[in-house]
Design a protein around this ligand. Sequence first.
Ligand code: SF4
Length: 447
Amino acid sequence: MSTIKETMQNFAMNQALKYVEGNPEENIPKLMSMVDKFTPKDWYAGQRDAIRGAIDAKNNWYQLILKVYDLDPGVRKAFFQNFLFNASLKGSATQDELSAREDCNIPWAILLDPTSACNMHCTGCWAAEYGHQLNLSLEDIDSIITQGKKLGTYMYIYTGGEPLVRKKDLIRICEMHPDCEFLSFTNGTLIDEDFCREMLRVKNFVPAISLEGFEEANDSRRGDGVYRKVHDAMALMKEHKLPFGISTCYTSRNVDDVSSEAYFDQLIDAGALFVWFFHYMPVGNDAAVELLPTPEQRLKMYEAIRGFRSTKPIFSMDFQNDAEYVGGCIAGGRRYLHINAKGDVEPCVFIHYSNVNIHDVTLLEALKSPLFMAYHRGQPFNDNMLKPCPMLENPEILPGMVKETGAVNTDYQSPETAEHLCEKTRPYAEKWSPAAEKVWEKGASEQ
Ligand code: SF4
């Protein structure tokens, strides 16, 4: 994209945002009318329709937009600039261009583990599989981001381990890359008054706190007293007008709680702007296979999230059931990739196989490594978007890709073969398939 076009788009976006700031309730509808008048009919038509519909109906999405206008103005401005303009508008154009030129996937977001260390030990956490003493240095993280920006990637998401064990370095990275948006999965127990002030200062750091349900269920997986600590952290961030979200892993044990209206209401009352749901994955030799949800439980999540999406002022996403909105599996750099604390570049946070380490290759070389190219060629792995995964719903695919590409397991504590992993998901996939076919066909016939 030409620099002149970029500059003009950026200028227009900043003017529009400035206009809304004064009186969002009155000016958002006016701004949308202006946008409709001056932009060609087919530009972002779907998105514009959705925003206009929300404004007209004054529905839950409109309420969510107004909540964004309750945030600290500097943090909001950085979010719009980094997330909307740099990552999504300008970044996506660069990613598409490079993807076509280099004939490989170019990611929208990079997930990375600053550390494998964690102050807690939760049942079923993938982080527990890597061991507890690895770190990406400040220079490593800076280099990944510097390379990523050249590819059009402005969105960085920290996983772990507990990323906030390294909070000083993470704030330093925010200062070094003020044009990027940083989101961090966290257990929330290390968020305090000082850190809130630091987040307000740098403006481009958004926590996503892990919560597994109500107090009893949460603490049974995460430890006694964690639920209270998390609620204290959320109260602190709300008080400081900081944006934050929730990440919830659903399992056979907590589906009833986390699909309930009370759970959603609790998150909204606490001030969360988004909730991301993850399906439990039985990764690692010691995985608790019994935590895999049954087909009925997965459908319950599917229906609950879709229902609340049209009634509750919170942005909810279910990574296993929402593949239809992103064209299937997003791993292998198609939308994202994962770099663990040792530097191994993996297609996905749940897929612990790799051919390359970021200490030995460039980011672009990693995207062209054999396993990433196998993802690139194989995606989507299934036409049914309720069966997107080469490990969970298509367990015959991952072992083949790992074998063909010579990728090695990156769990150094207890290496697991792809065959062993997929033996655990095969019975799940067989049981889920009829339900997935039924729901998918129903959706197709309703369109
Ligand atoms: S590999 Fe599986 S879990 Fe990872 S993004 Fe793809 S579908 Fe999701």
